[in-house]
Ligand binder design. Structure first.
Ligand code: GLN
Ligand code: ZN
Length: 764
């Protein structure tokens, strides 16, 4: 029996790589310095893993930006628009240009598209394929890093994204071909890479094929068999660990077991039940099973007693030689090191394990499962048992009042008093808004001034009263500015919020925050998700203070602004001791109370943002309905406590709605604002095809760019919307919140937006 690791966080334990990359991009440091930082991080990561006792250590899991983009470079898959840079730029600059775009020396090259890595909050750069696509071994990173690790004496295992998943992750940029057919060009180059690694001395190679957790067609499965059969034929001595994660092999199990390879990795955290299926499968031959038993995506301590039982089951069937121990997936999705946390409540801290602690868990489990007996191992086991017992009964976690309330919710709690038609009539009468009412999504520019205010307040340099006075000032300015421009429904600007989840988490019971729990989101961007450790309760107002302050200073409608339960859940580390649904409903009840409190404070329009509903979709379609049912119910639970004449908005960005439109409709928000400008209103098709009954604000300009849209442009988009939607249902708003923009462009853009709406009112 042995252990291995699938990948380690690479941003640096103090985000050194983030800082170095950003400094390099702005010309503050030279290439050499960036390369030095990168090398230091790699060496440190390998050392940490070796010291912990990891036997087979991943290399090429390091990345300057993204592992899928690394693969594109390795395979020489460089879209035509970047070709001119090949002769003028270093490979790394070419790579950064692909990731971030290139506006210099007379070039204006857009960045490659970015999208979510399966159901994580990590984003990868989408490979592009064209007709007559060719490949060549171009990048050298994997070879260099393998040599580097080997020279330093580490037992290194190169990690590559599998050929099939690489294709499936990408996008066809031309018509008239299927990316799957590109495999004939890709496979020989892929095999050349494996051969080179073998010549360099690689014994093992880890090939990630996470698409084996997705719904596949028969054709796609055939390609899997074709690829791995050919690899075995061409590079027979190289031993392959095939890694699949984030879900079960499911219907692809028979295929996976048919592939000629040495080790098959299973994610037993996300799909514990698959172990039985595999152990009894007729295709199981002489493979080694790598048991992904330590959660690579969440921050909870492993339950040793339970894990040992699972491991024992595999050992009974296969023998110790055919069982490996591993994290469920790459530790890329975990924060670095719990030891950096000095402020966490020690009781909570003893329940947690970050990447470095997870390495120890893998090693300890391997030793315990092998039957080793030392005083340290016995102590580790006892401590682990203790921590879990404590967690089961801790009063920090368990709040009987919350559990009781959840037990008591009934069908009526999920529905508004009347149907949308009735509510709409009441609201139209009450608000008397013009046709095409204008509004924004909530946040206004978070200038350095505002951020510094918060930083100084947190450091204790400003008193609570001083801080609030400054935020009030910013809010008042935003209000009078909105009045001047002539917006119809105003917002307070969210100046008091650092982040739309963290802000609410800090005020709710059941949340904890880390100082250094950063996880890479994309490129140099990291997020620090809150930890939901206990029953969620609202013991104080969350937003009433700011919304009612703002409403008092305007005669116009002031929209209350909240984050929805599914988004709070999705952007946090969540409990693993109860179902996600349960946690979502607890958050929903807290938000529901806040919605009612806002109504009582005189707020008549309340927006509950749910941008993360779609990203929470399970990987396999068979699980979609179950998820969507409770996700929609959680939203409804949050939204339904108010009177008919109170208007509930929701907001969602970067979502495709086609396949989930009926569930979006089931949320029954009076108004939904969505991101549509980048697709030129194409996203509206789903709504019109479904005859979506409620009001919609299709975003009329892209807030990701500083570009100011013209009145004509906005009107053109709005005209498209009027062709497919009933006029009385259309709102006018930007795609999303404006917190990343500057005031200059925000003002100009919103002025144009209001003017476009006014002109359109005259014309229809
Ligand atoms: N109300 C939030 C804002 O305006 C919404 C952000 C989002 O959808 N991601 O910033
Ligand atoms: Zn948004």
């Amino acid at each position: 029996m042995q252990n291995h690791n699938l990948g380690y966080p690479r941003i640096g334990s103090q985000r050194e790589l983030k800082k170095a990359c950003e400094a390099y991009w702005t010309g503050k440091i030279l290439l050499n310095e960036l390369l030095e930082t990168a090398k230091k991080i790699r060496t440190q990561n390998w050392q940490t893993q070796q010291t912990a006792g990891i036997e087979l250590i991943p290399v090429n899991d390091f990345s300057f930006y993204d592992q899928v983009l690394d693969m594109s470079l390795l395979l020489g898959n460089i879209p035509d628009r970047y070709q001119p840079l090949r002769s003028t730029q270093s490979n790394l600059d070419l790579y950064f240009a692909m990731a971030r775009g290139y506006q210099r020396d007379g070039y204006d090259l857009t960045a490659m598209e970015m999208t979510k890595w399966f159901d994580t909050n990590y984003h990868y750069i989408v490979p592009e394929f064209k007709k007559n696509q060719t490949f060549q071994v171009f990048g050298t990173k994997v070879f260099e890093e393998f040599a580097e690790a080997k020279n330093l004496g580490f037992n290194a295992k190169p990690v590559l994204i599998g050929a099939v998943s690489y294709l499936l992750l990408g996008k066809e940029k031309d018509k008239g071909f299927s990316k799957l057919d590109v495999i004939d060009q890709l496979l020989p180059v892929y095999i050349e890479i494996l051969q080179k690694l073998q010549v360099q001395g690689a014994v093992w190679v880890q090939i990630d094929e996470p698409y084996l957790a997705m719904d596949l067609t028969d054709k796609e499965r055939q390609v899997f068999v074709q690829v791995y059969t050919e690899i075995k034929k061409q590079v027979p001595q190289l031993k392959i660990i095939l890694a699949n994660y984030f879900d079960c092999y499911g219907d692809n199990l028979a295929t996976a077991l048919q592939l000629p390879l040495e080790v098959l990795h299973l994610d037993l955290v996300r799909c514990p039940s698959q172990l039985d299926d595999i152990l009894t499968h007729k295709n199981l031959d002489s493979q080694i099973l790598s048991l992904g038993i330590v959660d690579g995506r969440n921050i909870w301590k492993n339950d040793f007693e339970q894990s040992l039982q699972v491991i024992q089951k595999a050992v009974d069937k296969l023998g110790k030689e055919r069982v490996w121990i591993a994290p469920s997936c790459s530790l890329l999705h975990s924060p670095y090191d719990l030891d950096f946390e000095q402020k966490l409540n020690p009781e909570i801290k003893q329940w947690l394990a970050f990447a470095k602690q997870k390495l120890n868990e893998v090693v300890t489990l391997t030793k315990l499962a092998k039957g080793e007996k030392t005083p340290e191992l016995e102590k580790a086991l006892q401590e682990n048992i203790q921590a879990h017992q404590n967690r089961k009964t801790s009063t920090l976690i368990h709040n009987p009042k919350v559990k009781e309330r959840l037990q008591g919710i009934c069908e009526e709690d999920f529905s508004r008093q009347s149907s949308f038609v009735v509510r709409q009539a009441l609201q139209k009468k009450r608000f008397k808004l013009p046709l095409f009412p204008t509004t924004t999504i909530g946040s206004f520019p978070q200038t350095t001034d505002v951020r510094q205010l918060r930083a100084r307040w947190k450091k204790g340099e400003l008193t609570q009263a001083q801080y609030e006075a400054e935020i009030e000032k910013a809010t008042l300015e935003a209000i009078s500015w909105q009045e001047e421009v002539g917006l119809d429904v105003l917002v307070h600007g969210e100046f008091e919020r650092n982040d739309m989840v963290e802000y609410f988490g800090e005020l709710l019971e059941g949340f904890a925050f880390t100082e250094n729990g950063w996880v890479q989101s994309y490129g140099s961007r990291c997020v620090k998700p809150p930890i939901i450790f206990g029953d969620v309760a609202r013991n104080k107002d969350l937003s009433v203070r700011w919304s009612s302050f703002a409403q008092k200073h305007t005669k116009k409608l002031m929209k209350g602004m909240l984050t929805g339960p599914v988004t709070i859940l999705q952007w946090s580390f969540v409990r693993n001791d109860q179902a996600r649904k349960e946690t979502a409903f607890q958050i929903a009840l807290a938000i529901r109370d806040e919605v009612i409190a806002l109504e009582q404070a005189g707020i008549q329009v309340i927006q509950i943002d749910e941008p993360a509903i779609r990203e929470g979709l399970p990987l396999g379609k068979k699980d979609w309905t179950t998820y969507l049912d409770w996700a929609v119910k959680a939203f409804r639970l949050a939204a339904s406590g108010v009177k008919d004449e109170t208007q509930i908005h929701t907001h969602m960005c970067y979502s495709e709605f086609n396949d989930i439109i009926e569930h979006i409709a089931a949320m029954d928000a009076d108004v939904i604002t969505i991101e549509t400008s980048r697709s030129a209103m194409e996203l509206l098709n789903a709504f019109t095809a479904f005859k979506y009954p409620n009001e919609i604000g299709p975003g009329v300009y892209d807030i990701h760019s500083p570009r100011v849209p013209s009145v004509a442009e906005i009107k053109q988009l709005l005209n498209k919307a009027t062709e497919v939607l009933p006029l009385e249902n259309i709102w006018v708003n930007p795609d999303c919140g404006l917190k990343t923009r500057r005031w200059e462009e925000t003002k100009l853009a919103l002025q144009n937006m209001v003017q476009a709406a006014q002109e359109l009112r005259e014309e229809v």
